[in-house]
Design a binder for this molecule. Sequence first.
Ligand SMILES: Nc1ncnc2c1ncn2[C@@H]1O[C@H](COP(=O)(O)OP(=O)(O)OP(=O)(O)O)[C@@H](O)[C@H]1O
Ligand code: SF4
Ligand SMILES: [Mg+2]
Length: 391
Amino acid sequence: MEPDELPTPDAIRPPGGPAGSAAGGAAGPATGNPVAEAVAGGTGGRPGHGEPVLEIRGLVKHFPLTRGILFRKQVGAVKAVDGVSFDLHRGETLGIVGESGCGKSTVAKLLVGLERPTAGQIRYRGEDITKLSGRALKAVRRNIQMVFQDPYTSLNPRMTVGDIIGEPYDIHPEVAPKGDRRRRVQELLDVVGLNPEYLNRYPHQFSGGQRQRIGIARGLALRPEIIVADEPVSALDVSVQAQVVNLLERLQNTFDLSYVFIAHDLSVVRHISDRVAVMYLGRLAESGTDEQIYDHPTHPYTQALLSAVPVPDPEARESRTRILLTGDVPSPADPPSGCRFRTRCWKAQELCAEQVPPLEVPPRFATPDAGPAAHPSACHFAEERQVVPGE
Ligand SMILES: Nc1ncnc2c1ncn2[C@@H]1O[C@H](COP(=O)(O)OP(=O)(O)OP(=O)(O)O)[C@@H](O)[C@H]1O
Ligand code: SF4
Ligand SMILES: [Mg+2]
């Protein structure tokens, strides 16, 4: 079921604001991606409400590499996330894209507290939550929830749907007193387009898309402000992906949610995101609005990623140049010096091995007439190159 109008029950109305703002905007341009095109009311360019709800500064997560059985000795570290900074504004969707192993899930886990950072700050409404513990941390964590990739493994098969969705209330009973839980869980089922009477069923009785709706309902249970969705549609059939992306967009508008949306599929990310960050080997390579990243990329890695996106129009397909990257992604335990992309970059020069390019607007584009090319790009030799044919 895909309800046209989502109810806005009291149980999950966000704190401090009216619920129920209408989804706006015409559908985005044709992308050739069946998921993106099936999604109604595209959000391309939908602005957030201004103030940052999350400010990530110099986030680092190193996993120790150890050797020895009796005497474990640290012999190195996997630098999964190695100095990542970005803001998430209220009501916006920030997409994070990048190849497998570049650190996307680790960023997600750090944001929701499933991993502790090695260094860096995660500021929620101005307060660095990496410094909090106990009650104060618990109170903040309630506002940042996660939706996982695989709806088949992320739901406990031995628990009923009601218990799965209501489980967060065990940790935060103040949100839903015991006598009120059943009603609240039923409201959540309704909100995500499932029959409220499914409360006593088990996960195996649902399809993949329905299970992901259950995962989303669970993510909403504590009335969070921020949802970190780690590849929320990657494990689903293409037709079902569109429904789940639709649902996420509607929920965002209804409950004024801010999303960090992680995905492999660049077309889906473009469709749902207001801004996009491109990640490579533990760092951000480029960030900007969806238009800046997709139509005016200046970092060679982004250009290579985009050049591999399928183009439906045969003429456009003919006219574009595919950038084939040579070599494998280096190990995050031993990343290249300077620019991490240099071992695969066709433009690499000596400077690239010597100096880490900062993620900032390249000086050559820091002029009033630079247009959409003026956005942060961690490349010493950033230049604009359109790789996705104009639509
Ligand atoms: N608990 C851990 N211990 C050691 N290494 C880890 C751990 N978790 C992740 N890693 C490593 O950190 C790097 C980043 O992993 P991560 O799962 O964040 O990547 P990803 O971008 O989400 O990849 P994918 O697209 O495949 O999901 C990988 O090299 C991974 O092997
Ligand atoms: S800094 Fe050098 S190696 Fe890195 S992307 Fe730019 S040109 Fe390529
Ligand atoms: Mg991942």
